[in-house]
Design a protein around this ligand. Sequence first.
Ligand code: GDP
Ligand code: MG
Length: 365
Amino acid sequence: MTLAVGIIGLPNVGKTTLFNALTRAGAGVASYAFSTVEPNTAMVEVPDRRLARLAEMYKPKKITPTLMKFVDVAGLVKGASRGEGMGNQFLASIRDVDALAMVVRVFRDPNVQHVSGGIDPVADMALVNLELVLADLDVVNRRREKIAPTARFKPSSKEEAEVKLLDRVRAHLDAGQPVRTLSLEAEEALLLKSFALLTAKPVLYVANVDEADIGHDTGPVAALRAEAQRENADMIALSVRLEAELRELPDDEAQAFLHDAGLKEPALDAFIHAAYRLLHLSTFLTAGDPEVRAWTVREGARAPEAAGVIHSDFERGFIRAEVVAFTDLDAAGSYAKARERGQVRLEGKEYVMKDGDVVLFRFNV
Ligand SMILES: Nc1nc2c(ncn2[C@@H]2O[C@H](COP(=O)(O)OP(=O)(O)O)[C@@H](O)[C@H]2O)c(=O)[nH]1
Ligand SMILES: [Mg+2]
């Protein structure tokens, strides 16, 4: 699984601070070879309380969380779609990601320069979205021209269908709307996929608020939330600076710090979970005496595909899976007890994995 979330937004909104906080989210993260390959890309641990509970039961030698990939993308400026600033580089680096987390500045701090003068998160969000819309229009228009009928060129029926689709997409973009809000047939979505349109990617809005505003939907945050809702997107409000400081503290101090800030758990955890959902990923767990571990599959994956995440032999030689839902195992208190209660199921090749399944794969190679 190498799906990635790109952190985007205007300059000076807290993208890199957020990225750095994420990469410090777990002690082991820096040691993944991956995180040193590209300095702005990191594999980040997905926090999962279920692991701690399983570790209580199994007393494993090792606990391994699952990881997801984040990319810190260079800031976007007005005119990026025409190549202003680092425009082209910016656009190239977000073509490759699967989802976007857009950081929007709400914090006031006069010491941090604001690119567009004042605090106006809705306007900033619109500005970034507009650049993405313009970049997509460019892609669509170029393709559209290539396959449009002319005196010398007669498109195939497949190309004709494509022209029709592109016209619909273009009208939507012309109205300033992102492609993710256009309803598409599965076939159309597949066709569009090859264009890697930026506004087709799912998005999560991150309102970077002042510490004093945590937990209150101040005017600008409420306005941003309403905008996000209009396009069926999630929004999360957090103080990037506070979350970054939190990551620097030892556990006990972090607890006290959280308490003082009026938080139950780090908002960064909620952010990672929201980003994970955005990618349509799902977690299953394996538990034993050597290791308790979380693994990632795409939502809707069947058992053999999940087995293949662990090892290709497991998929090739898949026989069946022994599955118990984490909640059942948790309530039962042990695997033996869960089995007694008839909660350990034998599942075959067609079984669709559910988030929180604790699995033992049987295979033969
Ligand atoms: N007051 C305050 N300052 C922040 C916050 N997040 C980032 N900053 C500051 O804003 C400046 C730009 O942050 P940076 O993460 O580099 O922004 P980027 O350009 O979006 O990557 C730095 O001086 C940060 O310390 C925040 O939540 N509150
Ligand atoms: Mg930065």
